[in-house]
Structures are given as C-alpha cells and as structure tokens.
Design a protein around this ligand. Sequence first.
Ligand code: HEC
Length: 121
Amino acid sequence: MKKAHIMKNSIKLFVVAAVAAVGAIGIGSAATETGFASGEASSPRSLYLQHCSKCHGADGRADTPKGRETDADDLTSASTKRASTAKILRVITAGKGDMPGFGKKLTAAQIRQIAGYIRTL
Ligand code: HEC
C-alpha cells in the first residue's frame, strides 16, 4: 500500500520534471532557431528566421533538410536577386509549389519587411 503511494508520487515527480525539461528545451531551441534576443522579436531578420529559415536556411541558401526535401529556392541566387519585388511579395503571400503562403499568418507590413530582408542575404 505504502509502496504504491511512493510509486505514484515518483511518477508524478517524473512527469513534472519531464514537462519542465521539454519546456526548457523548447525555449532553448526556439531561441537558437530564431536567434533573437527578446527585444528584437519582430525585426525583419527575426521574422525571416522564425518563418522562413526552416526551409531557406538562416543564410538563405536553402541548405537545410526541409529545404532539400521541398527543393526550396536559394534566395541568394542570381535569379532570385533578379526577381521583382512584386513577384517576391506574391510568392510570400500566396505561396508557391511546396511553399505555404503567409498571407494569413503575417501582416502585409511584415511580409514587406521580410521581402526587404531577403534582399540583404
Ligand atoms: C516549407 C518550406 C518553405 C518555407 C517555410 C518557406 N519557403 Fe520559400 N520556397 C519554398 C519552396 C519549395 C520554393 C520553390 C517553389 C516553387 O518554385 O515551386 C520557395 C520559393 C520562394 C521564393 C521564390 C524565389 C524565386 O526566385 O522565385 C521566395 C522569394 C521565397 N520562397 C521566400 C520565402 C520567405 C520569405 C519565407 C518565409 C516567410 C519562405 N519562403 C518560407 C519553401 C519554403
């Protein structure tokens, strides 16, 4: 009887510790993935890192597992550099092929900020 009680408590403790650990890992990896300090949470760079780097990579070259899997464009390529801003805005807003559209997730102003940011990659 007593033993069962101790078991229950240690299971509870384990669950609490596991949840805390997952939380900490989550926060840790979110911070490395997006690379922003809290103050610049909505800078063009952090928006890009948050929404685009999974496929296009932090450097824009799409050399990430998801980028290779979806055959994402290298945003530093000559052809993307030549693309008009109108086209870039359209692709980000509506999506293209395996790229989802961000028109519902981001505001038009945020999409313009990201479009400006990828020109600097
Ligand atoms: C799920 C992976 C994925 C995510 C996330 C993603 N993209 Fe893409 N992106 C792609 C793929 C795949 C293509 C190529 C689409 C095609 O041509 O069929 C692409 C194409 C583009 C192009 C067109 C480049 C050109 O030369 O025509 C731009 C610009 C672009 N992405 C920017 C972004 C931006 C900015 C974000 C974040 C807001 C983003 N992408 C998020 C996968 C992704």
